[in-house]
Design a protein around this ligand. Structure first.
Ligand code: GRF
Length: 204
């Protein structure tokens, strides 16, 4: 099975996915290519070190979002992906792009969705006085951070935590749950129908 990963930054989740393909936690699959919209994304270095093909598309080379996403989708399709994984990919996706990969594109968002869609989730959770926070893996739909949730992991927030402390705790969990969900998706144990996710036939 082929996985394509989209990144914009450090790629620690990409690393977890690559490791999980190596170790068999994600069975019979490989990361076929990694795409970044940022030329200097450290995740590109991680991919190259693992011998994985990397591609960079710069938004400034395209007239608008639709044109960029059309080119991106075309390039992704060349790898015949069974699963497209967004791992810190920091661009809003066009409706056409989302529909093209519907049911086989997942994202990880650092909050307990539906809480805190968007940016700065760790600081917002601290500011709100939350005692717990976490991360959510979800299918991607046209609603930003709004697709059906597949799996979440919770972490505590302690009174002296800053956003970096919380982020580190969250990321540790992300690196555990994202490969698991990827595996389930590739095994078709998790599927999206309509706006729902199903695990072994049960609605989540
Ligand atoms: C992760 O925390 C993820 O939840 C969010 O962006 C971050 C990406 O980190 N979408 P990395 O690039 O995988 O290290």
């Amino acid at each position: 099975k082929n996985i394509v990963v989209l990144i914009s930054g450090s790629g620690s989740n990409l690393q977890a996915i690559m490791n999980a393909c190596e170790s068999g936690i994600i069975a019979n699959a490989k990361v076929a290519a990694v795409f970044s919209n940022k030329a200097d994304a450290y995740g590109l270095t991680r991919a190259k070190e693992a011998g994985i093909t990397t591609e960079h598309l710069a938004a400034c080379d395209f007239t608008d979002r639709e044109a960029f996403d059309r080119a991106l989708a075309e390039q992704i399709d060349q790898y015949q992906p069974d699963l497209v994984i967004l791992a810190g990919y920091m661009r809003i996706l066009s409706g056409e792009f989302v529909r093209h990969f519907a049911g086989k594109m997942i994202n990880i968002h650092p909050s307990l969705l539906p809480k805190y869609t968007g940016l700065h989730t760790h600081q917002r959770a601290i500011d709100a006085g939350d005692r717990e926070h976490g991360t959510s893996v979800h299918f991607v739909t046209e609603e930003l951070d709004g697709g059906p949730v597949i799996l979440q992991a919770k972490v505590p927030i302690f009174s002296d935590d800053n956003a970096d402390d919380v982020m580190a705790r969250v990321q540790e969990q992300e690196h555990r749950i994202y490969p698991l969900v990827a595996h389930w998706c590739l095994q078709q144990r998790v599927v999206m129908e309509g706006n729902n996710a199903y695990f072994d036939g049960a609605c989540l």
